[in-house]
Ligand binder design. Structure first.
Ligand SMILES: NC(=O)c1ccc[n+]([C@@H]2O[C@H](COP(=O)([O-])OP(=O)(O)OC[C@H]3O[C@@H](n4cnc5c(N)ncnc54)[C@H](OP(=O)(O)O)[C@@H]3O)[C@@H](O)[C@H]2O)c1
Length: 346
């Protein structure tokens, strides 16, 4: 199927809200953050200066890396950084016409003033929901795609184990791996509902709730013959167990370490170091920001599958910008299935 692009301006500009809301971090957390580490500030809607445009945001992404940034990279009492999609509602820059939908990183606020260098125009394929550009077609999907193709170099028939399998990257990894011809798909997740979702909706063959027993034990039961590839979103006990269970020439793709973002005192991973040598394992991590050149390749791969129905969206959508902090904290405690997004309601 050949995807068709929508006309460039599918949404008409609306009258901007009179007040803008912005989220600031106010204190550094130890362990899990709480609502008190954030503050919503009100200000008049900004006016674009020459060479800039005003974006009214429609969708925001909240991500595990924001938790890492709370430890030092986010400046206190200043607007936070985050991925967002919005509509240009006023412009003093000819290359940013009013009505255009853009992606940018000045999220955590209802309105953002952007320069052309700060935005990416979206291709807007007909029939593809806008939210997909922040989930399976956004950084989340790109991470899953790069992990499987460039880092793991997935081969047809490879058996794959994915940790945090019910999250944004985890569901995209499962669905892409299936479409790319993987063999058995094994996953771990944090609840029975997620286990059922993964086997019934996403196409995983065997999934366990990692709270119910030591991971190594659960993994041996779910994958008695081992596996070829481990896509790791969690680290810690999952990583140690997987190194033990991988077959010869197995690969570990290190994507993230969400198991320790809120527990910095977590003990180091224990695994048999000789396994890496004797099984000729390859362990490789990556940052998706170094693979942005794969974005068009992801569209070419995923959009036809989205349009044919072979690829479904896994999203938890929280309505209302005023719930963005709640959505972020919910995700850190496993309250999401698929990519968590916040959607504007006004
Ligand atoms: N390398 C890169 O460039 C890159 C890019 C994007 C994301 N990432 C990483 O990829 C991982 C997944 O990100 P995402 O955006 O898709 O988030 P996500 O998986 O949608 O959300 C985080 C999930 O982590 C799980 N979790 C929380 N604490 C855990 C723990 N102690 N042990 C095991 N699981 C835990 C929760 O699910 P459960 O209910 O299953 O516990 C929660 O839903 C993160 O580590 C993130 O940092 C890396």
């Amino acid at each position: 199927m050949n995807p068709t692009l929508c006309p460039r301006r599918p949404f008409l500009p609306t009258v901007a809200l009179m007040t803008a809301l912005t989220v600031h971090q106010t204190a550094r957390p130890t362990g899990f953050p709480a609502p008190g580490h954030f503050r919503f500030t009100e200000s008049p809607v900004p006016s674009p200066a020459p060479g800039t445009a005003l974006v009214e945001n429609l969708y925001w992404s909240v991500d595990p890396y924001h938790r890492e940034m709370m430890d030092g990279d986010f400046e206190l009492n200043a607007p936070l950084e985050g991925r967002a999609l919005g509509r240009i509602v006023a412009s003093r820059e000819p290359s940013l016409p009013e009505g255009e939908i853009v992606f940018h990183r000045k999220g955590w606020r209802t309105h953002s003033v952007v320069t052309p260098a700060e935005v990416r125009r979206l291709p807007l394929y007909e029939g593809v929901p806008l939210s997909a550009y922040l989930s399976v077609l956004g950084g989340t999907g790109l991470t899953a795609y790069v992990g499987l193709t460039r880092i793991a170099r997935l081969r047809e028939g490879d058996d794959v184990f994915v940790s945090a399998a019910a999250g944004g990257v985890g569901t995209a990894t499962g669905r892409f791996a299936r479409l790319l011809g993987a063999g058995r798909l094994i996953g771990s997740a944090g609840s029975t509902q997620k286990v059922n979702y993964l086997t019934e909706q996403v196409g995983y063959d065997a999934v366990f709730d990692y709270h119910t027993a030591p991971v190594a034990e659960l993994l041996t039961k779910a994958a008695p013959d081992g596996m070829d590839l481990f896509v790791d979103n969690v680290g810690g006990e999952h990583l140690g167990a997987a190194i033990g269970a991988l077959r010869e020439h197995g690969r570990v793709v290190r994507i993230g370490t969400v198991g320790q973002y809120n527990t910095p005192e977590a003990p180091p991973v224990v695994f048999n170091h000789a396994d890496v040598v004797e099984k000729s394992l390859r362990v490789e991590g990556f940052l998706v920001r170094n693979h942005l050149d794969a974005q068009q390749e992801l569209y070419d791969f995923a959009v036809p599958h989205l349009l044919s129905g072979a690829l479904a969206l896994d999203e938890t959508v929280v309505d209302g910008f005023e719930r963005i902090v709640e959505a972020f904290l919910l995700m850190l405690r496993g309250g999401n299935t698929g990519k968590i997004l916040v959607r504007a309601t006004s």
